[in-house]
Design a protein around this ligand. Structure first.
Ligand code: NDP
Length: 496
């Protein structure tokens, strides 16, 4: 027979009775001195933390990143050297739905990775699509408002979404992917991940290359139609959690092939597109993907709240050999994500076990709410810097990335000037076969239900600029779905 440990208060004192409150007589009332009752209720009130404003619903697991290729000439990052094996954490998510949302909804999926390297944590906080709806972070709160609930109706608004998208041509690439088959993967294992932003690699010689990261599913792409997704939601709202958790419990460990696209630093001045624009890909023909390794998820968390809900991913976490790029949205996320975690989890969110680096940490930050690690300089006299305290933490010049030349006048440049928002969408549209196109059209028609015709027609102008068949197909699907009657787009509008 196993002996059970004593039940205690959080202060460690034995609890004599966990069934009956302390009362004055069997009928009550309750004594204020029943501190254990008060503590249980107080803890219950505090079981929830603010959910993420975006990417609230998520599923995650632990795993490893194994490097099999050799990109040592581009980067000094130890976790990317041939043969390196790095423990990691992945969290997948939908963007718009709240924590209780159904998993099988049409949405972009978050693909957030934390690599616990010997040189500090490296986070890649991407999506299952290589591009995004915005290219200027000024628009991020506005765009997310269109995905969330209407302030009065408290319902999501198709009108708000298409009003915004039809006024934001840079969103069309991502909208097209979202409405295509890839907008509703069967499980998180059946989708690719993309670092999305352009990052940089740098080496000991001070050379910089721009880089894009890709994670290609080895489980194969599998997608549901809207109808199939709805049928699954009718059975379970937790389909992704069941699939990912179940696969790992069954030891059918999901894997992704890791690839990079690499661009010499000065090429960025020559490409016909801005390589730092989050609404663009780098065509594979220009910068072929190079296979560098494999990511495997092989351990389920023991506690979802502690290891997945409390996981804090931020693009600000990079390691020597990996750098940022001028991508405006990346630059804003460097601030915004860490700030979200300070609000959601607290000042010292990086000290939570799931977020702790697996390498030594030394710094001069101190005190604050829930500081349970003392002074991280390793010496009580070393609480400022510079200092002459023996053995206190000092800067590491070898971690300094090469200088990046930046020039230009300070202004609010129109991010739509000189940008082709249609060419890459046309390239994607041309990849779809007839059935994929038909599903794209009907998914868009379904998503436009109830949207006023002036907004629909404004959006049609974008579709026709991609391909005449795109506009015609959506129009036919709208008629079939909602009896929407065709307007015609003038040649002038289409050419604008
Ligand atoms: P390529 O033909 O060389 O690349 C095609 C890539 O498009 C594929 O490797 C695949 O990316 C992706 N793709 C293929 N079928 C679909 C589909 N049904 N839905 C979504 N993506 C698909 O041409 P380009 O590199 O010039 O890209 C053409 C278009 O493909 C781009 O404009 C972009 O919309 C899309 N794309 C491009 C990617 C890139 O990094 N170049 C990445 C993903 C999409 P994967 O192997 O990643 O699955």
């Amino acid at each position: 027979m196993t002996t059970r440990p004593p039940l205690t208060t959080t202060a460690g004192s034995a609890v004599p009775d966990n069934q009956n409150s302390l009362t004055a007589g069997p009928r009550g009332g309750i004594m204020l001195q029943d501190y254990q009752l008060l503590e249980k209720l107080a803890h219950q009130n505090r079981e929830r933390i603010p959910e993420r404003v975006v990417h609230a619903k998520g599923w995650g697991a632990h795993g490893t990143l194994t490097i099999t290729g050799d990109i040592s000439r581009y980067t000094k990052a130890s976790c990317l050297q041939p043969g390196a094996v790095t423990p990691m954490l992945a969290r997948f998510s939908t963007v718009a739905g709240e924590q209780g949302a159904a998993d099988h909804e049409r949405d972009v999926r978050g693909f957030a990775l934390k690599f616990y390297t010997k040189e500090g944590n490296w986070d890649l906080v991407g999506n299952n699509t290589p591009v995004f709806f915005i290219r200027d972070p000024y628009k991020f709160p506005d765009f997310i408002h269109t995905q969330k609930r209407h302030p009065k109706t408290n319902m999501r608004s198709a009108t708000a979404m298409w009003d915004y998208w039809s006024l934001s041509p840079e969103a069309l690439h991502q909208v097209t992917i979202l409405m295509s088959d890839r907008g509703l993967p069967v499980t998180p294992m059946n989708m690719n991940g993309y670092g999305s932003h352009t990052y940089s690699f740098w080496n000991d010689a001070g050379e910089r290359h721009w880089v894009k990261f890709h994670f290609k599913t080895q489980q194969g792409h599998k997608h549901y139609t809207n109808e199939e997704g709805e049928a699954v939601i009718g059975r379970t709202r937790e389909g992704y959690q069941e699939a990912l958790y179940g696969a790992i419990e069954d030891k059918a460990f999901p894997r992704w092939t890791v690839q990079v696209q690499i661009m010499p630093e000065l090429d960025a001045e020559k490409t016909g597109y801005n390589p730092f624009d989050l609404t663009k890909v780098w065509p594979h023909g220009d910068y072929p993907p190079i296979e560098i390794g494999v990511m495997e998820l092989n351990r389920n968390p023991d506690n979802y709240f502690a290891e997945i809900e409390s996981a804090a991913f931020s693009p600000s976490n990079i390691v020597p050999g990996i750098g940022f790029s001028p991508d405006k949205v990346l630059q804003a996320r460097i601030f915004s994500y860490a700030d979200a975690h300070r609000y959601r989890l607290g000042t010292h969110y990086e000290q939570l076990p799931v977020n702790q680096p697996k390498c030594p940490v030394h710094h001069y930050n101190r005190d604050g709410n829930m500081n349970h690690f003392g002074l991280r300089s390793g010496n009580p006299d070393a609480y400022y810097e510079p200092n002459t305290v023996l053995g206190s933490p000092a800067e590491v010049p070898s971690a300094k990335e090469p200088p990046l030349r930046i020039d230009g006048a300070m202004a609010r440049f129109n991010h739509r000037d000189g940008n082709d928002d249609y060419g890459q969408v046309t390239a994607l549209f041309n990849l779809f076969d007839a059935d994929q196109k038909a599903r794209l059209f009907s998914n868009i028609a379904a998503a436009m239900n109830g949207v006023p015709s002036d907004i629909i027609e404004r959006q049609m102008v974008h579709f026709v600029r991609v391909h005449a068949d795109y506009e015609a197909g959506v129009r036919t699907a709208l008629k079939a779905a909602h009896g929407y009657e065709a307007n015609t787009i003038s040649e002038g509008e289409a050419a604008e």
